[in-house]
Every structure is written in structure tokens, then in C-alpha cells.
Write a new protein. Structure first.
Length: 125
């Protein structure tokens, strides 16, 4: 079955401290346009929502604008910026290092539906 959606009409928007994402849900693919404001950091903005010390989502991404730093739990680091395509496995922190918002396209599997989203009843994933 073919599916076509437009980023101009996302299925949902999730707001979180210093950022938001707009998500499209298709069979076998969650696509998101994430905007992270200067000063955003996963461990401070999303960590309390997720209830984990580091991000547990696998990301396949493309950076449209802005710059971010990624740090794996084992200490490995990389900086990403406009035009970069990246794969980042679970177990990382990330933060904006530019003075402008970082805009990232994220092509992920079904697990990404839980990104920055508390479960019903107020408990955290």
C-alpha cells in the first residue's frame, strides 16, 4: 500500500522545553521535523519526560540548519550541521551548539512514536 503525506499537515505536534517536533506516521516509518532552540539539551528538555538518563531512540537524520553536538554514553562525540546525514543509536545525549535553531529531519521506526511523549496516566516511559 502506498502512502503519501506532507510535512505541511503533520499527524501531530509535540512541544517540549526549548523545542518541538512535527510528526508524520506512515506504515513502517515515523518521520519528524524537529526544531531545537539554542540552549536545548536532550538531558534537560526530554530526559525528564522520558525518565531515562540518555535517549533510547535510534535516529536516522538529516540536518537542515543549525548545529548540534552528540555524545554517546561511552563518551564518543560528533558535531553535526547543515547537510549532514547521521545515524545515532540509542544511548546518547545531544545539544544545540549554534546561535540559531537546529532543524533536523528524523527518519525512524515505530519506537520513535514515544519520543518526548509521556504515557497516559502521567507515568513516564
Amino acid at each position: 500500500m502506498m502512502e503519501v503525506k506532507t510535512v505541511d499537515k503533520p499527524d501531530e505536534r509535540r512541544d517540549f522545553p526549548r523545542g518541538h517536533l512535527e510528526a508524520l506516521h506512515l506504515t513502517g516509518l515515523d518521520f519528524a521535523v524537529a526544531t531545537f532552540e539554542p540552549g536545548w539539551r536532550w538531558s534537560e528538555s526530554i530526559g525528564p519526560i522520558a525518565g531515562t538518563d540518555s535517549c533510547r531512540i535510534h535516529h536516522n537524520g538529516y540536518v537542515l540548519r543549525g548545529r548540534m553536538r552528540l555524545r554517546m554514553d561511552d563518551g564518543q562525540e560528533a558535531e553535526i550541521g547543515p547537510g549532514d546525514v547521521f545515524v545515532c543509536p540509542p544511548g546518547h545525549d545531544a545539544w544545540v551548539v549554534s546561535d540559531e535553531p537546529a532543524v533536523v529531519f528524523d527518519f525512524a521506526g515505530p519506537m520513535a512514536q514515544q519520543y518526548a511523549k509521556a504515557q497516559a496516566g502521567g507515568s513516564l516511559p
